[in-house]
Design a protein around this ligand. Structure first.
Ligand SMILES: Cc1cc2nc3c(=O)[nH]c(=O)nc-3n(C[C@H](O)[C@H](O)[C@H](O)COP(=O)(O)OP(=O)(O)OC[C@H]3O[C@@H](n4cnc5c(N)ncnc54)[C@H](O)[C@@H]3O)c2cc1C
Length: 678
């Protein structure tokens, strides 16, 4: 066995899976050298999810980034000669109109993102997939580029590693677990293994199901969890005997039953002569913490495979047999069936990008086969250029606030995410039920009294309107559109439209406590923010200004938008709740990299943001301040930030908003800003 090097530029932990192998390939492609890849087991993996994935690639989803990464991966597998583009169907059963509506929406998304999908009739479905009972389906979607990685993604991993090794830039070591990370002054310095240390400038964690365990070595957690995914076989199925095909019919998804299936082609091929049927648990998903995963020597099958009891899947399997009677004819192969562990995440996205605590430590965890090469390309571009050709904010690990990596929060959200992998269709505005009530604004109790309709953002409970304003619907009845379609109307409240009209006509107060607020102080704080922001924030004439502006990358693409307030001794940075932590981490990294002497402090819960808007905003505010004259046009023009005094008596009411909203006790001073908002 080759000797483990003492030093490397980059170490990949988890080389054997689709992610580690794809990252190695792209590092070599982008000119990186001196790469060491280690895996705790075999290369390609024999214990990771990749070793027994179904290897489906559907090209269409509701978000552009996924369509992009899957498109990239399909092209990648195809160029390697390891993709069977058989196409894929998604069907809606007769009586399941909700699923049919979802299929129509998906076709619309596919058209928007250029994936070539179209609606198909029951007759076309039968023609493409003769195993189906035509009478049971009302329609479906045809995804022509969908297909299968053949003969297995595991084989692709082996080839990618082999080629990278041949380039002389990668050294691969199987049976070499990372047992510790060497970290000095917040920077990665190397990896510990039972075979010795490897010092390195960069470490990339591609450890799949074990990603949280490795992140734990850096004192971090990742918001992902392994979950059982029942996979079973029926056979023997001889339809494609002698064809040499790895798959004969298109892929089939029956999401209304939370299930999918495919044939495994010629009996002489890798998986050969069977029908594979997979199911996602809708009511009682079985999650496990990665620290509870068994070792290879302890597991009956493999650490990422657990036993499957037939009772677990009996009801959906019977429904599958109704739709595709061939399953009942062939019979269930119990010995071969198992629960495979795959990862669910708290927000549906992977954990990618640089660690929040340790510079040079990167994560690429919770990634499907269909996105493996695409996301590996983005990660390597990100490490190489500091940017990617497609916006990566939705996958950036820095998007998670500390509370979002709390173990109970991760469990609650991942459980919910696991129940919705396939069914029901998830509405883009659908709020999570678990992990709620983490952050409540000073107005929360009052908002509840007013009948607030709460949604959540960045952990904050946020009212999207108040029942107490329902009367405004009468006033604006003719101007508030009625959303006839149930989906359009779901998680939407007409009252909030009426409130906005009232605000445009008079005045309205909007609780923006969910905004993230960071104070930038220290000797270089103005120079630093002047460097980062697009708008001019430096110069004495900017003190007392509120400035809406952006961070850009070096290609001029927008990284962030926010408002800064120049105060005498600091710059107060006010940001959207969804982007706050990511921008906070970015500022800290930039200050460190560029060596600016600044301190950046999270003051989000020390202060709050309120929007007082409408033509009568100024006069309304003047009624509640100690010195109304100070808020006249001259002192307080557009884009100014001003401290002002308010009466300090607890319970003092703010007049003439829609309904009185008491100013919370102890709120003596406030800062007003007249600025345009986006
Ligand atoms: C039954 C099933 C069906 C699936 N079907 C599909 C599908 O049809 N389409 C699709 O796109 N996806 C599918 N998936 C999901 C897909 O398999 C995974 O998302 C993907 O394989 C994850 O790849 P990975 O490289 O991140 O992780 P893995 O394949 O799990 O690889 C991780 C590697 O890290 C190594 N490792 C762990 N800890 C350490 C350590 N401390 N030191 C060194 N090495 C370490 C492991 O040994 C392993 O080799 C399926 C999953 C399952 C379980």
């Amino acid at each position: 066995m080759a000797e483990l090097p003492e030093k490397a530029k980059v170490v990949i932990i988890g080389l054997g899976g689709i992610v580690g192998a794809s990252v190695a390939h792209h590092l070599v492609e982008r000119g990186w050298d001196d790469i060491v890849g280690i895996d705790k087991s075999a290369v390609p993996t024999d214990i990771g999810s990749t070793s027994h994935a179904s290897d489906f690639c559907y090209a269409t989803s509701h978000d552009f980034l996924s369509c992009w990464t899957t498109r990239y991966s399909i092209d990648f597998f195809e160029r390697m000669g390891h993709y069977a583009k058989v196409g894929g169907l998604e069907i809606a059963r007769v009586g399941d109109d909700g699923r049919m509506d979802e299929i129509k929406r998906k076709v619309a998304s596919g058209k928007a993102f250029g994936t070539g999908v179209r609606l198909v009739t029951p007759a076309e479905i039968k023609e493409k997939f003769p195993l189906i009972e035509e009478d049971l389906v009302q329609g479906g979607m045809w995804d022509p580029d969908a297909g299968l990685v053949v003969p297995r993604s595991q084989v692709v991993c082996g080839l990618l590693v082999e080629n990278a090794e041949k380039s002389g830039k990668l050294k691969a070591f199987a049976n070499t677990p990372a047992t510790g990370l060497i970290i000095e002054k917040g920077r990665i310095k190397g990896v510990e293994t039972p075979r010795g240390k490897i010092m390195a400038d960069y470490v990339i964690v591609c450890a799949g199901l074990w990603g949280r365990v490795v992140a734990g070595m850096a004192g971090e957690d990742l918001p992902v969890m392994p979950v059982d995914h029942p996979l079973s076989w029926f056979g023997p199925y001889e339809e494609f005997a002698g064809t040499g095909k790895e798959i004969g019919w298109p892929l089939l998804r029956d999401q209304g039953n939370s299930a999918y299936m495919r044939d495994t082609g010629d009996p002489k091929t890798t998986e050969g002569g069977m029908i594979e049927w997979g199911y996602y648990e809708e009511t009682e998903p079985r999650l496990c913490h990665p620290r509870d995963l068994l070792e290879k020597t302890e597991a009956r099958l493999s650490p990422s495979q657990r036993d499957l009891e037939i009772d677990q899947v009996m009801a959906p399997m019977e429904r599958a047999m109704e739709l595709t009677p061939i399953l009942a004819e062939l019979g269930y192969d119990e010995k071969r069936s198992f629960n495979g562990l795959l990862q669910v995440t708290t927000d549906g996205g992977p954990s990618m990008g640089e660690s929040q605590k340790v510079r040079g430590l990167w994560y690429a965890v919770a990634i499907w086969i269909k996105d493996g090469p695409g996301l590996a390309k983005l990660l390597v571009d990100w490490m190489t250029d500091g940017r990617t050709e497609i916006d990566h904010h939705a996958i950036d690990y820095a998007r998670f606030y500390p509370f979002q990596t709390d173990e109970d929060f991760i469990h609650a959200r991942c459980t919910e995410a696991a129940m919705k992998i396939y069914n029901p269709a998830v509405h883009p505005r659908e709020p999570f039920a678990g992990g709620r009530g983490v952050r409540r604004s000073p107005f929360y109790e009052r908002e509840k009294e007013l009948g607030g309709y709460f949604m959540e953002l960045g952990g904050w409970e946020r009212a999207h309107g108040y029942a107490s304003n329902e009367h405004l619907l009468e006033r604006y009845a003719d101007r508030v559109p009625v959303r006839e379609n149930e989906w359009d109307n779901r998680h939407f409240w007409r009252v909030s439209n009426a409130e906005h009209l009232e605000m445009s006509a008079d005045v309205g107060m909007v609780n923006l406590s969910h905004f993230a607020i960071y104070d930038v102080t220290g000797p270089d704080h103005v120079k630093f923010m002047e460097y980062l922001c697009v708008a001019k924030v430096g110069g004495d004439d900017r003190v007392g200004k509120g400035i809406y502006t952006h961070f850009l990358d070096d290609k001029g693409m927008v990284k962030a938008d926010f408002t800064v307030f120049r105060m005498a001794d600091r710059i107060r940075f006010v940001d959207g709740a969804d982007a706050g932590n990511r921008d906070f981490v970015y500022m800290k990294r930039m200050a460190e990299d560029l060596d600016y002497d600044v301190e950046i402090t999270d003051v989000s819960t020390d202060f709050t943001t309120i929007g007082l808007w409408g033509p009568n905003a100024r006069t309304t505010l003047q009624k509640v301040v100690e010195d109304p004259e100070a808020l006249g046009h001259e002192n307080f023009p557009l884009k100014t930030a001003l401290p002002f005094g308010m009466p300090s008596a607890p319970g003092t009411s703010c007049p003439s908003v829609w309904r009185p909203m008491p100013i919370p006790a102890g709120w003596k001073r406030a800062c007003a800003c007249r600025t345009r908002t986006s």
